[in-house]
Each structure stands twice: as C-alpha cells, then as structure tokens.
Design a protein around this ligand. Sequence first.
Ligand code: SF4
Ligand code: SF4
Length: 361
Amino acid sequence: MGWSRRDFMKGAALGGGALAVGGASTAAKAQDEMKAVPRRTFEKPEIEVPIMSVGTVPLTAFEPILRAMEWGMNFVHTNAGYADGKAIQMVGRALKEIDRDDVVLGLKTRLGYDSVMRDLETLGTDHVDITFFHTTNPDEPAKPEVEEAYLKLKEEGVTKALGLTSHGSVPQVLEAGLEAGWYDVFMPAYNPGNAAEIDPIMERAAQEGVGGMVMKSLRGGGGEPEQVWANMLDKKHWTTICWSVRNDGNVDQMANFANKWEEYVSADTERALAAAAEGKVCASCGYCDGTCPQNVAVSDILRYEMYAAEYGWVDRGRKLYAALPASRNALGCTNCGACTQGCKARLSIPDRLRVAHRVLA
Ligand code: SF4
Ligand code: SF4
C-alpha cells in the first residue's frame, strides 16, 4: 500500500481534490474516492475550517476522528464533560495519530485557568485553536474577568482565538458578546425554529468579522439533516456546522453531504421547516427560565428531552435530568401558564414538561 494512514490524513487535511482511499478506510464504506470537504475561513484570526466540523458530545471511540481527517474535516470541538469525560480522552488519543498542526481544536470551557490546563493535559497538547466560553447567562459574556482570562491564555500561547457558545437565552447572550467585542467566533444553538431571530444577529456579527459555527442544528427533528444543513450553509454568516458523531457512518454522512451541499438548498424547504418548528421546537430564548414562579428549569429540561428523544442520547439526558435539584424538575410545574405567554416558539410548556418527565425520569 503506497499510502500510510498518516500520509493519507495529511493529504486530506491539506484539502484539494479527489483522494484515493487506502487501508482500513475501505472497510468503513466502499467507494472509489474521497473528495476533500469544502472549506471556509474564520476571519479573526484567520483559521480555515471545513464547512462541516466534528462534534464529540457522544464520542467514545477515537477512530471517527481519524476518519474525519481523511475527508479533510479537521476541525474538532470537545469539552471535558462530554460522554462522561471519555470524548476528550478520545480526541487526545486521536491526536497521537495525527500531526497536531493538521488539526483545528475547539475547546468548550468556562475559561478557568486550571481546568483549561487539565483539558490540555488530557488532550496531550499545549494549545487549542479556539477556546469557547460557554454561558447561558446574558450578564456574563461582557464581564471584564472573561476578557482577562482569555488574554492570559492567549499571551501564554494556550489559545489563538475566543469563541462564545450558548444554548440558553441565545439571542441575549449573542448580543452581549457583540457588545463586548472581544469574541472571534459565535457558536449558538441554531435550528429552523430560532433562525428568524438569530440570523439578523449573526449577520451583524459577520460584518464585524465574527465567525459563525452552528450547533444543535437538528433540534426538532424536522426534515432530513441534509436539507436543514444546506439552507444554513447558504447563509454566509455561518462558517461551519458542528455535528456530534458517534461512528464512521456519521462522519461519512457529513462528508458526502458537504461535497454536494448546494444541491440541497431550497427556500421552499426552509420555509416548510420553519413552519413545522412553530409550536414544536424550543427556540432557546430563555424567557421561561426567568418567568417561572416555581423556578422549574424549563429550557434545560426540554434540552435534556431533546438529547434523549431526538438524538438517542438517553443516558445523557437522564443523567442531566437526575442532576437537577428536585425542586427544579418538571414535577414542580403547577400549570400556571406564566411561561407560555412569552414563549417565542409558542410551546405548550406544561404539556411538554410532562412528556419530558416521562422520558427522563
Ligand atoms: S406553567 Fe409550569 S413551568 Fe410554566 S411558569 Fe407555570 S409553573 Fe413554571
Ligand atoms: S420560552 Fe419557549 S422558546 Fe423560549 S426557552 Fe422557553 S420553551 Fe424555549
């Protein structure tokens, strides 16, 4: 065999045209060639990434990362808590097989210095490319302590760029990030249900050079993934879509889509998906969390239910639900209706909470 797996991955990561499949790759999926996935560029600092990137929420094996590298999908996003800590270990394991410089690493954190250092140790590297500050609290993105923590990491060469990621109170968190002005990439929960609200913010972000990375794109489960993703990529404020993978099959699905994504673009489909999401898909607006007199963790519970019912991550959903204080779980809902009045997605929240409790308890 002329290509070693390492050589092959280097070639794929460098981009370019069709590449011959070699070694163990052929076992995963029979095909004659692998075409490197198209790329876009985060502007500040300039970091080139594939239009589909590798999420690791459920990852318990390292081989899918190697498979993604073969397709040139060299942007990997992880967090110490994913898959009970196994995912970040698998990323570290994969890095032993790959030149560090060929990978773009994204790390979700709270910017605590010691925890970032622990994550680097687990990963077996001295730096990541983008450190993502995660919050659902709109008061946090513009705090001076956040910028100070980032600048310290940057000065020490631990990270090149700062991202902001959120799955709660998303519009308010992004607005606060824009106001702060020190973020390079935004990674919000984004789906057909909240697109109308998030897109104008991301358009303004793009004008200021802030890159866009989609997460939780398939929330609501309407339409084929390819249909959902294509209409997102058609909006130039999105640089890449992060999809969490479990296995080589997931990786191949992403890559095959990415190489012909424009064929799936359809304004009619986008309108239909948005209409189908109404009354069904939480828009992550955060209104309910500040409204409930019982302090029920509404948006978190709906997200945990999504993990279990839509993504098939039943254990993860149940574990997160079990970790909530009992006073904040769905049983605390008195059906007062206060939250539903301002729900952006017009969900029947008490009904949804009852369903979620059945799934998660
Ligand atoms: S309907 Fe339930 S979840 Fe909504 S505000 Fe009232 S108690 Fe809270
Ligand atoms: S108010 Fe509705 S759309 Fe907003 S976070 Fe709560 S459930 Fe989701």
